[in-house]
Design a protein around this ligand. Sequence first.
Ligand code: HEC
Length: 68
Amino acid sequence: MAEADATASGEEAYREACAECHRSPERLVRGMRGDESERRERLEAFLIDHHAPDEGMRQSVIAYLLSL
Ligand code: HEC
């Protein structure tokens, strides 16, 4: 899947699975420290047990969050 597609479906998945509790996705990622690969790793480890058990959906949401 192209990066842009993953980001777009990640935004949709975020709205469905995350937005009810996290109104602002920017706020979530802005507070995270580290470079992109460290943030990706941290999100990956955290989200697997936090409302994003599906691998494909999780990767899309992570791509979306890191694009902000
Ligand atoms: C039912 C409410 C709820 C849903 C749905 C939810 N979250 Fe959360 N999230 C929380 C709460 C409460 C916390 C803070 C407590 C904790 O760390 O578990 C949190 C913490 C986080 C953190 C860590 C923030 C930090 O500073 O450590 C991230 C990142 C995050 N959520 C992302 C997501 C994403 C992405 C989704 C969708 C896949 C999602 N959340 C869905 C309630 C929710």
